[in-house]
Design a protein around this ligand. Structure first.
Ligand code: CP
Length: 347
C-alpha cells in the first residue's frame, strides 16, 4: 500500500480499496510477515486532548520499526498556538500556525494531530460555546495542512477519528472473514457526559467500507451528522451494502454479527450540555448494552473504541464475555498505525 505524501484527515479520504490495502498491511505486520519502513523516520504527535490508545499505538508503532515519535501537549510543554489571520498577538498565543506547521514538518517526516474542542467542551459540560457545525470545520488541522511540508494524520478531531475506523475494520475482517452483507449495529448508549461524534462517524464508515449492512440504532434526536450519513449511504450503495437508522432496539439487535456501542451528544443540543443531561436522563435504563440484548444477535461480537464506562455503556457480563473483542480492537490500533505510517512515508 503506497499513500506517499497523502494526508489522512477524514475517514472518507481513503477509498474502500485503500482501506482494504491498509487492513491487509496491518494484518501482515501483526503476523510478522513484513516490516514497516519506519527506520530513521521521525513523527511528531501533537495532543491537545488526553489519550491512551492513540498515543501509545503511534509511539509503539514508530519504536517497533526503528523510528522515533515525539509527543507534545500544546500549552503545557509548548507555546500556545495561534491560527487566526491578521491577529495582533498581544495575548496568550506566542506561535502562529504559519511558522509552526512548516517548522515541525521540516523536522519530522509526518505529523499526527489530536484536537477536539468537543472532547473538552462536551466532557466538561456546562453552557460552553459549542456550535457543532462551526467546530466540525476542524480548523486547526486544516490550517496546519495548509502550511505543512509533510503528511498530516488526524488522531481525532471534532468530526472524524480515521485511525479508529481502520482498527475497527481490521478487527472485523480478522474476526468475521467475509464481511459483505453481514449485519453491523452502531448503537448509541447513555452516558453522563456529552461526547463527540467523531468516533461514531468513523465507526459507521468502518463497516460501510467493508460492504456490511449497517444499522445506526439511536433514540430520536440522536442522529449523526446528516452529511456524514448521506456519504455513508452513497458509499454503501456502491459497495452493495446498506445503511439504515432506527430507534427499534429489538429489530436492530436481531441477527447482528457485530454490535459496536458508543455514546455521543445530540447535535441539536451543542452548547446546552446541562440541558441535554437533564433531558436524556429517562433514556438511561433502556440504552445500555446488556446480555439480554446481545442474546438476540447471531453470536454478535461486541466492540467499543475504549475507554468505556462499565455498567454505563455496557454491562460487565458483556464486556467480560467471550464475544467481546475490545482488547483486540485496541491492539489493532497499533498495527493499523504502523500500516498508515508505513504507507504515507513510502519512498
Ligand atoms: N479509542 C481512542 O482513541 O482511545 P484514546 O482516546 O485513549 O486514544
Amino acid at each position: 500500500m503506497d499513500l506517499q505524501g497523502r494526508n489522512l484527515v477524514t475517514t472518507l479520504d481513503l477509498t474502500p480499496d485503500e482501506v482494504r490495502g491498509l487492513i491487509d498491511s496491518a494484518i501482515a505486520l501483526k503476523r510478522g510477515e513484513r516490516d514497516a519502513a519506519l527506520s530513521r523516520k521521525v513523527a511528531a504527535l501533537v495532543f491537545f486532548n488526553p489519550s491512551v490508545r492513540t498515543r501509545i499505538s503511534c509511539e509503539s508503532a514508530m519504536a517497533r520499526y526503528g523510528g522515533t515519535a515525539i509527543a507534545i501537549n500544546p500549552g503545557k510543554d509548548t507555546w500556545n498556538f495561534e491560527t487566526k489571520e491578521g491577529v495582533v498577538m498581544d495575548a496568550n498565543t506566542q506561535e502562529h500556525i504559519r511558522e509552526l506547521a512548516p517548522v515541525i514538518t521540516r523536522m519530522c517526516h509526518f505529523v499526527g494531530i489530536r484536537k477536539s474542542e468537543l472532547i473538552t467542551v462536551g466532557s466538561a459540560q456546562g453552557e460552553a460555546s459549542g456550535d457543532y457545525y462551526e467546530l466540525a470545520k476542524d480548523e486547526f488541522i486544516h490550517r496546519f495542512i495548509e502550511f505543512a511540508e509533510a503528511p498530516v494524520v488526524n488522531l481525532e478531531s471534532n468530526r472524524w477519528h480515521p485511525m479508529q475506523s481502520l482498527a475497527d475494520s481490521t478487527t472485523m475482517v480478522e474476526k468475521l472473514g467475509e464481511t459483505r452483507g453481514q449485519k453491523y449495529v452502531l448503537t448509541w448508549a447513555w452516558h453522563p457526559k456529552s461526547l463527540p461524534v467523531a468516533t461514531p462517524h468513523s465507526q459507521l464508515m468502518s463497516a460501510v467500507n467493508l460492504g456490511m449492512d449497517v444499522t445506526v440504532l439511536r433514540p430520536e434526536g440522536y442522529g449523526l451528522e446528516p452529511e456524514v450519513m448521506a456519504a455513508a449511504k452513497e458509499r454503501a450503495e456502491a459497495l452493495g451494502g446498506t445503511v439504515s437508522e432506527t430507534d427499534d432496539q429489538d429489530a436492530a439487535y436481531a441477527g447482528a454479527r457485530v454490535v459496536c456501542a458508543k455514546a455521543w451528544a445530540s447535535l441539536d443540543y451543542y452548547g446546552r450540555f446541562d440541558q441535554e443531561a437533564k433531558d436524556k436522563a429517562p433514556l438511561r435504563p433502556d440504552w445500555i448494552v446488556n446480555e439480554a440484548k446481545m442474546a438476540k444477535t447471531a453470536d454478535g461480537l461486541f466492540m467499543h473504541c475504549l475507554p468505556v464506562r462499565r455498567n454505563i455503556i455496557v454491562t460487565d457480563g458483556v464486556l467480560d464475555g467471550p464475544l467481546c473483542v475490545v482488547k483486540d480492537e485496541a491492539e489493532n490500533r497499533l498495527w493499523t498505525a504502523a500500516a498508515v505510517f508505513d504507507a504515507i512515508g513510502k519512498k
